[in-house]
Ligand binder design. Structure first.
Ligand code: ZN
Ligand code: ZN
Length: 704
């Protein structure tokens, strides 16, 4: 038999259906689904076959010196025993095997993991590899016909990364968590990519905290023309830093009887169509229509698996010459949403796509590969699919053309300015409306130089300089890319982990005290862990491994030596690190100040394992509030309207790592009062139960 091994069950089914013309039959290999036709069987893995870990004897955090992990043996642990059994059966039965996992480092490694199991049983097995960028009939048939060899160097580069991340992550996480005496749920996670990323957010937050706002004033005038039309203009100076200056200018303007248009300039401006989507620019665009990076990537993956868009993990922003643009646009001629525009595009003599700076050969930029009707997808899937289609069509479109008008007005010896923008030719904006917002159309009436104008209204507006913005999740991904932190496949996952580990909350992300303390300690005692340089250097090494210029073992060994140096520095400063982390853990537990005595309120766990909010002035003050029994408590910086001394809480439920999403618990005092009200009505239940108070239970009680 000839076995074809794909990365997932869904791809196995689709590829079998394409290669068999819909004739493949579902069969079982042990407990694993497979699809058989003729002499071929297609079977799907579920991502990685193995994960890397240290031997069990290293499991006890309290007994093993974290330093020992650096040189510890690394073992492969099978993720699904049933899958290993199925692979062993396949090996016995197979004459040939084709690896058909996703075409990138991770996919190559997953293929090699499966191969290692197969070859243990049958070393002489004939193996080849098919590589495709979209799960469409054409792409699959072509790549099956043009099968090549497995790229062991590419797989090695992914494996080296996995090994290095395990060693660094485990050793440093354990060291820091032990120093802070935080084991179990609230441990301090440290990582090669994660920590420099977190440092970016903490540094920005410090910049915001240091910022001192400064007042300034602006003058906004409404002017009337000879034929009664009005337009607004602002004083040429823009910001007045002294109120006196602004008031003087205001007086002069008000005393003038009439003004004159002293200058009028018109300029035609081209607004070029966007370049094709790579993963980063896709994530940014998806974020502007409300998707977090993780959600955007999950939806893109689903669209890819359904054969609707090309592979979504790509660094490429240049369409390959082999991509038949005319045929692709032709697909959309009959589409209800894009048909009209596609037909218009096809009337052009030649389709000339835009191109970005990056050109790689593995995958094309993200583009649609087949047409689907709106009602066949769920709402969010459609939004993302529509974005990809519109972006694709936009890259083949003409530039938009704007006419910019700049007007100067002289009035009472002062100069005012007005600006207008008018869209003359929509070009790509007709199909790609997503960026219109920033370039809002503001029209001026028809004006000419020398024309008289009169002051209709004049406002002195007080403003304040604003601190720099927090970095949005999509902005963070762009920044990570610029600094060489992580890869197109991992960046959104890393950000998700910062949320799961309670290092950040909200969107844009705001670091918690825990994050500040960790980054402060690392910056002081292990600066290397907060800077992108080391990780970027390592990414370079990964490239060299995949190009066959370096060996995996060498790179891992070098990275072990690097880690030993970092470790030495941290071990020398263990006391200071411990102190600052312990203080941060305490600070993160402060929920506000006590409404009864004014001391700090903090949350804690009682000896009986119950969580509550108590007063630091106990036993003099008995004030306390109940808390839900499970989930990680995150104190936000948002105060309750009714109890302004208390911060609102969020509860992060275990296992559900939805980026930026947590249960908004709100004010613990309000929650308690609500619960008490209900219970008074029911005339029952002790306060004891209040400690289990959570919204779901309240809802159930309502229904009774
Ligand atoms: Zn108190
Ligand atoms: Zn409240």
């Amino acid at each position: 038999m000839h076995y074809i091994i794909t990365e997932k069950g869904t791809t196995a089914k689709r590829i079998a259906s394409i290669l068999s013309g819909g004739k493949a039959k579902k069969v079982k290999i042990g407990k694993i689904d497979a699809y058989e036709f003729g002499d071929k069987v297609v079977v799907g893995l579920s991502g990685h076959v193995f994960r890397l870990d240290f031997p069990d004897s290293y499991n006890d955090w309290t007994k093993i010196d974290p330093y020992k992990l650096i040189d510890a043996e690394i073992v492969e642990v099978a993720l699904k025993k049933d899958l290993i059994k199925a692979l062993e059966r396949i090996a016995k039965d197979a004459d040939a095997v084709t690896i058909a996992t996703d075409y990138d480092r991770e996919g190559e490694l997953i293929g090699v993991e499966a191969l290692n199991v197969l070859k243990r049983v049958k070393p002489e097995l004939k193996v080849d590899r098919m590589r495709y960028s979209a799960i469409t009939e054409q792409a699959i048939k072509e790549s099956f016909a043009a099968r090549t060899v497995v790229d062991y160097n590419l797989a090695d580069s992914a494996k080296a990364r996995e090994m290095i991340d395990l060693i660094w992550g485990a050793a440093l996480t354990r060291f820091v968590s032990l120093a802070a005496n935080r084991l179990g749920d609230g441990f301090f996670s440290v990582g090669r990519v994660q920590s420099p990323t977190l440092a970016l957010l903490v540094d920005k937050e410090k910049e915001i905290a240091r910022f001192i706002p400064r007042k300034y004033w602006e003058l906004h005038a409404t002017l009337r023309t000879e034929n009664g039309e009005t337009f607004t203009a602002t004083h040429k100076r823009g910001k007045f830093w002294a109120l006196e200056d602004a008031e003087n200018a205001k007086k002069k303007l008000e005393s003038a009887k009439e003004g004159v248009i002293s200058e009028l300039k018109k300029r035609l401006r081209r607004d070029n169509p966007p370049t094709p989507f790579d993963t980063t620019s896709f994530i940014r665009a998806a974020s502007s229509i409300g998707f977090t990076p993780r959600r955007a990537m999950n939806i893109a993956e689903s669209l890819y698996l359904q054969g609707l868009i090309s592979y979504h993990r790509t660094d490429n922003t240049t369409y390959p010459e082999t991509l038949d643009l005319n045929t692709l646009v032709g697909l959309f001629k009959s589409s209800a949403e894009f048909g009209e525009y596609a037909t218009l595009l096809l009337k052009k003599k030649q389709l000339k796509p835009t191109a970005g700076k990056k050109k790689t050969t593995d995958h094309p930029p993200i583009h649609p590969v087949s047409v689907i009707a709106r009602d066949k997808l769920d709402k969010d899937e459609w939004k993302v699919y529509e974005l990809v289609v519109r972006r694709f069509l936009a890259t083949l479109s003409d530039a938009a053309k704007w006419e910019d008008t700049a007007v100067k007005v002289e009035l009472g010896g002062e100069e005012l300015e007005a600006k207008g923008h008018e869209l003359k030719q929509p070009g790509f904006l007709a199909v790609y409306p997503y960026q219109k917002k920033e370039k809002e159309i503001s029209k001026l009436p028809a004006l000419r130089e020398g024309e008289k104008v009169w002051l209709e209204d004049l406002k002195l507006v007080e403003k304040e300089t604003k601190p720099p913005n927090r970095i949005s999740q999509a902005g963070l991904i762009k920044k990570m890319e610029e600094l060489g932190l992580g890869t197109k496949s991992t960046r959104h996952e890393i950000i998700g982990k910062l949320y799961e580990r309670a290092y950040v909350e909200g969107n844009p992300s705001r670091p918690t005290e825990k994050a500040f303390a960790l980054i402060d300690s690392l910056e002081k005692y292990a600066a290397m862990m907060t800077k992108p340089d080391m990780t970027r250097a390592l990414e370079q090494e990964m490239d060299w491994i995949s190009e066959g210029k370096r060996k995996k073992e060498e790179v891992v060994e070098e990275s072990r030596e690097m880690l030993k140096a970092v470790f030495q520095e941290m071990a020398d400063n263990r006391e200071e690190i411990a102190k600052s982390l312990k203080e941060a853990v305490k600070a993160d537990k402060i929920v506000g100040t006590c409404p009864e005595c004014g001391a700090n309120l903090f949350w804690a766990t009682s000896r009986r394992g119950k969580r509550f909010i108590g007063c630091s002035n106990y036993p003099e003050c008995n004030f306390s509030l109940p808390l839900p029994p499970s989930g990680r408590v995150i104190v936000t910086r948002e105060r309750c309207d009714v109890h302004p001394t208390l911060f609102k809480l969020k509860i992060l439920k275990k296992g559900k790592g939805k980026t930026g999403r947590a249960w908004d618990f709100g004010c613990p005092y309000c929650n308690y009062l609500q619960w008490k009200n209900k219970n008074n009505n029911n005339n029952k239940d002790s306060k004891e139960k209040g400690e289990d108070n959570d919204n779901d239970k309240d809802k159930k009680a309502d229904k009774k």
